[in-house]
Design a protein around this ligand. Structure first.
Ligand code: PLP
Length: 408
């Protein structure tokens, strides 16, 4: 049936439903290579969004493509009761970069699933009723972690702490922290820095105070490293910017470089507690060899190509260039970033948000950036392989666009 409603057409394909809340801005992407996407007219777009934070090594990385080809010739999928050496090797690789001895990994399919699995573990090993998370954290698209129902979750609005005179030097006995019933909390689910795509970083001392109280009360610390893991913030993991030892770690997105694989890592005390419980979790693609093989190679490529170090260098170059632009443009309210996870927040001027307009103009000029609908923020998460040349040409385009907006 032909679509009469143009709005619907913009939001979905003819046969494909899109329900993320975003408008379709490109409907003919046919090829992707390294940092670039190409449309059917062979127009090139530099992908500063890495898909959805996923292609951290760049699109179609030759080593990942080769591993996929090799593994599909051997075995893609097994069943619930089979082990394959590559799954063991991949788990070991993940535990090694996390510096966790005697931990265990379960391979799953998406970031949401990895977080949800961790949440179920936390709820299973403890009798306590609540989970704690930050009010602005995004934990996934389904399950308890998505719904965050009041009878299960306490959401702490840490942004209010910015009004406090001891913001950076958070007092563990502060009245706001004292209101949290730590004795009733089974786990703290911490998303270290993404803040649902707005790229905000809670202060180190606040997180130290919270995790200390959680551990004092025998709760678990679950870090959601779906966006911040595997080099994105200039360290292997986002939680390494904080002084904490997580008990459960959820990884996704960059782990598959575009292939849907995720993992939940449990430290030894946690999996031992879990083993003592009647816990069951089965889904068809749990511990599939193909996903595990890809994850193993992704980590090896990050090591071999020194991508953590490159991310730090390129990230600080990008940030300093953006800060220069900010000095010249008073429509930029804030620049935030850690490694190659960067956000530009614009001032609210008039009725319309500037960010979607700037996003459209950048796309027209060949740069893909992200904008969460309803927010005046542009997010930039390029592949960790991004070149200085690509960053510098983006900066020039952005400067031109901002000048045209101020002086049309
Ligand atoms: C911080 C965070 N956690 C979890 C997820 C869920 O990951 P996925 O979309 O792969 O299910 C996302 C997705 O954007 C995310 O940004």
């Amino acid at each position: 049936m032909a679509h009469k409603n143009n709005k619907f057409k913009e939001k979905s394909g003819h046969n494909v439903l899109f329900c993320t809340g975003h408008q379709i801005v490109m409907n003919n992407v046919v090829k992707a290579l390294d940092c670039c996407l190409y449309d059917s007219d062979n127009k090139k777009y530099v992908d500063f969004e890495s898909g959805v934070w996923c292609t951290s090594l760049g699109h179609s990385h030759p080593r990942i493509n080769q591993v996929i080809k090799n593994q599909i010739e051997k075995i893609i999928h097994t069943g619930f009761c089979y082990l394959h050496p590559v799954i063991e090797e991949s788990a070991q690789q993940i535990l090694d970069v996390l510096e966790i001895t005697s931990g265990k990994c379960v391979f799953l399919c998406s970031g949401s699933e990895a977080v949800e699995f961790g949440v179920q573990v936390s709820q299973t090993i403890s009798e306590k009723p609540f989970l704690l998370t930050m009010a602005d954290s995004y934990l996934g698209s389904y399950g308890a972690a998505h719904k965050k129902q009041e009878n299960e979750w306490i959401q702490f609005d840490w942004m209010k702490c910015s009004e406090c005179s001891e913001y950076e030097d958070c007092d563990p006995d502060c009245p706001r922290l004292s209101e949290i019933p730590f004795h009733q909390i089974n786990g703290f689910v911490f998303e270290p820095g993404s803040s649902a795509g707005l790229v905000r970083f809670p202060p180190v001392k606040l997180i130290e105070n919270i995790t200390h109280k959680i551990k004092e009360n025998n709760g678990v610390v679950l870090v959601n490293e779906v966006t911040t893991g595997l080099g994105r913030t200039g360290r292997w993991f986002g939680h390494q910017h904080y002084n904490l030892n997580p008990d459960i770690i959820a990884l996704g997105k960059g782990l598959g470089n575009g292939y849907p694989v995720s993992v939940t890592v449990l430290t030894q005390p946690i999996w031992k507690l879990l083993e003592a419980k009647p816990f069951k979790y089965s889904q068809s693609h749990q511990n599939d060899p193909l996903g595990a093989a890809i994850a193993k190679e992704v980590i090896q490529v990050i090591k071999d190509e020194n991508l953590i170090e490159k991310c730090t260098i390129m990230g600080s170059h990008f940030l300093s260039q953006l800060q220069q632009i900010q000095k010249k443009n008073n429509i930029i309210k804030d620049i935030r970033g850690r490694g190659l996870m960067i956000a530009i927040e614009f001032e609210d001027i008039g009725n319309d948000l500037l960010a979607p307009t700037i996003q459209r103009r950048l796309l027209h000029d060949g740069f893909v950036v992200a904008n969460r609908p309803g927010f005046n923020v542009i997010r930039i998460d390029p592949p960790l392989t991004v070149s200085k040349k690509n960053i510098d040409s983006f900066i020039k385009k952005l400067q031109n666009i901002l000048t045209n907006i101020i002086e049309p």
